[in-house]
Design a protein around this ligand. Structure first.
Ligand SMILES: O=P(O)(O)OC[C@H]1O[C@@H](O)[C@H](O)[C@@H](O)[C@@H]1O
Length: 247
């Protein structure tokens, strides 16, 4: 680990931290909105096709509460259950497959960018010798980090495909983050988790991580309060805010 001025550039909030594990969609890359839009199209088609007279999927509220941060099947199941729909397993699978088709179409059409504030923070951490992992419930996370050109900023990556291969239970269980910290060789108590999903901050809390940073892209009092209630120690709108507060 570096010392002196390089170490001093690390945001105060992260100074007791020996490693950082970052969620991917919505924290590193602006791909959460692409997931949310694909889920909306898939769930709304599901409700429409079955003539279920309910309000459509809400890309903010429903996404944050039931889908964000969870594996594809867990998210599909959680939303349908939240509406009291007792869907058979093959129906859950079908709506998840529909979302996957829509998501990959949109991904190819629009591309994905990394958040500049996150990239700045990652570079500061790298200069200070603090190891960094990307973690995600998404099977597309590796591809997304490649597309956004930021994969080389991480020492390790645990994505949805890895999680499935290792049979890791999904968020709010902390297994994905614990695996990432294990690969970095740092105990959870000395590792920070950075998350925008409610299930994700809850996983950070359950895993007894040293610090849980919530990222509130929606920037509303409700979303901020929900992140704190679910386990965030601090909440920022963008990771660049952590660096800005040091100026
Ligand atoms: O379907 P994928 O790409 O494996 O992604 C699974 C989940 O990955 C999470 O990171 C997203 O927050 C969810 O919206 C998404 O459903």
């Amino acid at each position: 680990m570096s010392s002196g001025p390089v170490r001093a550039a690390v945001p105060r909030a992260l100074r007791g931290t020996a490693a950082v594990v970052l969620d991917t969609d919505g924290v590193i890359t602006d791909s959460a909105r692409v997931h949310a839009a694909a889920w909306k199209a898939a769930f709304d088609a599901y409700l429409r096709d079955r003539k279920i007279r309910q309000r459509p999927f809400d890309v903010r509220e429903d996404y944050l509460r039931y889908v964000d941060g969870k594996s594809r099947m867990d998210g599909a199941r959680a939303f349908l259950e939240s509406r009291g729909l007792d869907s058979a397993e093959d129906e859950v699978r079908a709506v998840a497959a529909d979302k996957e088709r829509l998501f990959t179409e949109r991904l190819r059409r629009h591309g994905i960018d990394a958040y500049p504030g996150t990239v700045r923070l990652l570079r500061v951490l790298r200069s200070a010798g603090i190891p960094r992992a990307a973690a995600s419930a998404s099977r597309h996370a590796t591809e997304i980090l490649d597309h956004a050109g930021v994969r080389d900023l991480f020492d390790t990556l645990v994505d949805g495909a890895e999680a499935a291969r290792l049979h890791l239970p999904g968020k709010p269980e902390p297994a994905l983050f614990l695996e990432a910290a294990r690969r970095l060789g740092v105990p959870a108590a000395r590792t920070a988790v950075v998350e925008d999903a409610l299930a994700g901050v809850a996983a950070g809390r359950r895993g007894d991580f040293g610090l849980v940073v919530g990222v509130d892209r929606a920037d509303t009092p409700q979303t901020r309060a929900a992140l704190l209630e679910h386990g965030a120690d601090i909440v920022v709108n963008d990771l660049g805010d952590l660096l800005a507060s040091e100026d």
